[in-house]
Design a protein around this ligand. Structure first.
Ligand code: NAD
Length: 359
């Protein structure tokens, strides 16, 4: 029987990379009944909003979805659809594998990291108060009354909630995955030296959860700024990282750089019952419609989707096909060439076709 999967093509280059992904998944022979839904700019044109209940109901019904990136206006306009999806569906765990693929040009060889990012809390909770609003004035007055530290009158305020339940569940998720994937170590990343209450709570929760895995999985912690340097200088010392939302987002892009390109970094978001797969990269709008960007991140996201659907053999064949094309280095997009203007770089669909031929 075919698996039912919600497909959200998204904005910018999203429709191109998801078409390429769909072609590769179909080439594995796994039967998928795709339920295609509009989000982002197309949804605004059709329904007046970037995310509708039609999409949420489809994902809740199918319990499995894969998406392209969605554009978010910077500093104004509607809030991120990605954040709304993760919060509405309680997709609390964002998993971002960062592996070295032979043939890619990377600053460091043999990167092998799993990133577990909390997805629903922290500064991404969306609790913000804009400058010169009555709300920010009330909040400022309250803070100035309760705290010896004063907030300036011309401020905007974003709130950083970190809960004990949210922290424990992401750390437990990271450890359970570390056990399942036979990894050796989990590192909790934080800034608890400065944010003693919010990040301090995250760290204490991580230390407590880690005790349940003592003897099976090693545990340590690292301050986020030091982590950035460590990842560049001593990547091999790290294995699985678990982080609050904002640090997880930033460190994921850093690690995508370590494996050679955002174009090859896959991702997945998990809740208790639902899983939503997506590349780490954004909609790269300047390349939209040019058949130019790398489809690998979305194709590798579908490898994780196939594993989730218990299609392990197909997932392995697709993963190996991607590896073969990257190693060969001929039928790859511009971002994987030594010279980005190399005329031998192929387009999005041509790279996907080369992958299909190796399945
Ligand atoms: P971006 O990831 O779109 O682009 C950053 C850089 O990486 C650009 O130089 C781009 O050309 C390159 N790049 C991205 N994807 C690539 C690919 N597949 N192959 C080759 N090169 C690739 O990030 P941005 O420019 O900061 O954001 C653009 C838009 O995407 C924004 O609206 C942002 O909010 C949104 N965004 C969405 C998601 C998501 O949907 N999950 C994630 C990040 C950003």
């Amino acid at each position: 029987m075919a698996h039912k999967v919600t497909l959200l093509p998204g904005d910018g280059t999203g429709p191109e990379v998801t078409s390429a992904m769909k072609m590769c998944v179909e080439a594995t022979g796994v039967k998928i009944d795709w339920e295609v839904c509009e989000v982002g700019e197309k949804s605004i044109v059709k329904y007046g909003q970037p995310l509708t209940d039609i999409v949420l109901e489809s994902i809740r019904r199918n319990k499995c979805a894969i998406k392209g990136p969605i554009t978010t206006p910077i500093g104004k306009g509607f809030r991120s659809v990605n954040v709304q999806l993760r919060q509405s569906l309680d997709l609390f765990a964002c998993v971002r594998p960062c592996f070295y693929y032979e043939g890619t040009k990377t600053p460091i060889k043999n990167v092998n990291l799993m990133i577990f990012r909390e997805n629903t809390e922290d500064l991404y909770a969306g609790i913000e108060f804009d400058i010169n609003t009555p709300e920010v004035a009330r909040l400022r007055a309250l803070i100035n009354e309760m705290s010896p530290k004063k907030v300036k009158e011309d401020s905007a305020i974003s709130i950083k909630p970190i809960s004990m339940s949210g922290s424990k569940r992401i750390v437990k998720f990271a450890f359970d995955w570390a056990v399942k994937l036979e990894r050796r170590k989990v590192t909790a990343v934080h800034k608890a030296n400065i944010m003693k209450f919010s990040d301090g709570l995250f760290l204490r929760c991580a230390q407590e959860v880690a005790k349940q895995y003592a003897g099976k999985i090693e545990f340590n912690d690292c301050i986020v700024d030091n982590m950035c340097m460590q990842l560049v200088q001593s990547t091999h010392l790290y294995d699985c990282l678990v982080l609050p939302n904002l640090y997880g987002d930033i460190i994921s892009d850093l690690c995508a750089g370590l494996v050679g390109s955002l174009g090859i970094a896959p991702g997945a978001n998990y809740g208790d019952e639902i899983a939503l797969f997506e590349p780490v990269h954004g909609s790269a709008p300047k390349y939209a419609g040019q058949n130019k960007v790398n489809p690998t991140a979305t194709i590798l996201s579908s490898v994780w989707m196939l594993r989730h659907l218990k299609e392990e053999a197909a997932a392995t064949r697709l993963d190996n096909a991607v590896r073969a094309v990257l190693k060969d280095g001929k039928h790859v997009t511009y971002d994987l060439k030594a010279d980005r203007n190399d005329p031998s770089a192929v387009g999005t669909m041509q790279m996907a076709e080369a992958i299909c031929k190796k399945i």
